[in-house]
Ligand binder design. Structure first.
Ligand code: UD1
Ligand code: CA
Length: 462
């Protein structure tokens, strides 16, 4: 098999995005567009990938790391000029070079394989991946002669009326004989409507020099969608989301309303888990089997074990053990770990805290910087007071303790196992095993208080 190389074009600013963020870094289902492209390119096992960077070079390199080599394009003079920047790294190689734009996130490696196979079968020097577009606006058009043989590619802005009427478009993906590509690139000029060095011009150059040029038309136009603006970004996201969701459903996950289940590409979900509508599952979230993820929940980099039930809650960088449940309307913040069969109820916030098995935090509580043992009951409205305005402090609560409602536990604090806190206490001292802390003023009833009020003398008020 002849050697494979790949060049990914990612130097453009992406003016049409109207964004501070460089185009290829915009995300589609939790992954930057250029990352989607590189992931699919990697699956084709090229010996080397060179990504051409310019605008946002540092950010792109930081994202992709050593998955790619880089060529720097100082000024964005066009796609042909961009590819030429990879000459120092690849110019002398023998083999086939795949060229892909960094703004086509839906392409799959299967399509690259078909392109390679077609290229080799045709003995071509250049093979274009084309597609038939209902609306070809914005794409380069494939111009074929009367025999159906590809002659050249014409960019939208350079196209005559007849050329613009062609629906077969250039997807921006090519397979080239590597050395033919670089030889041809040196002959490309910028005599066109945009004053750019077009990669697409090498097609005619190779053909005129007697090289075989082939075109492989992929049946699925959507795969080649190029994202130049936010409208296309939303279309790409919708298509990618559908792919991701179908995969989960085939793996045994129930999605009640797939259209509103927003699931990032790296999310994992176990079988027989049910995901309701209007749910966001982001980042590297992992969900086990037999869970329920209720509507209006958002999980970001969360780790959810089996049989967990989540009702409209937000969970970020937190973990829920088997059989635990949360919600409605609670918030797990980073480093919250909820133990097996534990219960976090309504309007609770947990941050940097470990909650033991079967412990219950049922209502309106804040648990921050704490370690709670097993089988504890935390009453309604308990606040773990962890911050003195300068530093954070930790609270430990032993197994089988009982914290009465509306208590403040002022850290640092140790409550030993089987300890009790009376409702309404503000606890500032440690509580030993089996003891009950009452830390509030004793109740005093002022008898006949009402009679002392001036209003009590007013006959109308009685
Ligand atoms: C390009 C093709 C067009 C094709 C379409 C498919 C050319 C001239 N046109 O048009 O035929 O139908 O893709 O989506 O190739 N880039 C650089 N350096 C540059 C210019 C661009 O790295 O100097 C990168 C961009 O970051 C982008 C890619 O090349 O990832 C394509 O550039 P873009 O400006 O989006 O080209 P299109 O107008 O979409
Ligand atoms: Ca584009």
């Amino acid at each position: 098999m002849s050697s494979r190389y790949a060049i990914v074009l990612a130097a453009g600013q992406g003016t049409r995005m109207k964004s501070k963020l460089y185009k290829v870094l915009h995300q589609v289902c939790g992954r930057a567009m250029v990352d989607h492209v590189i992931t699919q390119v990697e699956l084709a096992n090229p010996e080397q990938i060179v990504t051409v960077v310019g605008h946002g070079a540092e950010a792109v390199e930081e994202l992709l790391g050593d998955r790619s080599a880089y060529a720097f394009q100082e000024a964005q003079l066009g796609t042909g000029h961009a590819v030429l920047q990879a000459e120092a790294q690849l110019g002398t190689k023998e083999g086939m070079t795949l060229v892909v734009n960094g703004d086509t996130p839906l392409l799959t490696t299967q399509t690259f394989e078909k392109l390679f196979a077609y290229h080799q079968a045709k003995g071509a020097k250049a093979t274009i991946l084309t597609a038939n577009a209902d609306d070809p606006t914005g794409y380069g058009r494939i111009i074929r002669n009367d025999l159906g043989i590809v002659e050249r590619i014409v960019e939208q802005k350079d196209a005559s009326k007849e050329e613009a009427a062609v629906h077969e478009i250039n997807t921006g993906v090519f397979c080239f004989d590597n050395q033919t590509l670089f030889n041809a690139l040196h002959q490309v000029t910028n005599q066109n409507a945009q004053g750019e060095y077009y990669l697409t011009d090498v097609i005619q150059i190779i053909k005129d020099a007697g090289g075989i040029v082939a075109a492989y038309q992929t049946p699925d136009f959507t795969e080649s969608l190029g994202v130049n603006d936010r409208v296309a970004l939303s279309v790409a996201t919708e298509i990618m989301q559908q792919r991701i969701n179908e995969q989960h459903m085939r793996n045994g996950v129930t999605l009640i309303d797939p259209k509103t289940a927003h699931i990032d590409i790296d999310v994992k979900i176990g079988a027989d888990t049910l995901v309701e509508g209007d749910v966001n599952l982001r980042g590297h979230t992992e969900i086990g089997a037999d869970c329920v993820i209720g509507s209006h929940s958002e999980l970001v980099d969360a780790k959810i074990h089996d049989r967990v039930h989540i009702t409209s809650s937000t969970i970020e960088e937190a973990e829920m053990m088997t059989g635990s449940n949360i919600g409605p309307n609670s918030h797990l913040r980073p480093k919250a770990i909820i133990g097996e069969d534990a219960h976090i109820g309504n309007f609770c916030e947990v941050k940097n805290a470990t909650i033991g098995a079967r412990t219950k935090v049922g209502h309106l509580s804040y648990v921050g910087d704490a370690t709670l043992g097993t089988d504890i009951n935390v009453g309604c409205g308990v606040v773990f007071v962890n911050y003195d305005g300068v530093k954070k402090f930790h609270t430990n609560v032993g197994d089988h303790s009982f914290i009465g409602s509306n208590s403040n536990l002022v850290a640092p604090l140790e409550l030993d196992q089987h300890s009790f806190v009376a409702a309404g206490s503000t606890v500032t001292d440690d509580v030993p095993e089996h003891a009950m802390a009452i830390a509030r003023a004793r109740q005093v009833n002022k008898d006949n208080y009402w009679q002392k009020l001036p209003l009590a003398q007013d006959p109308d008020w009685l």
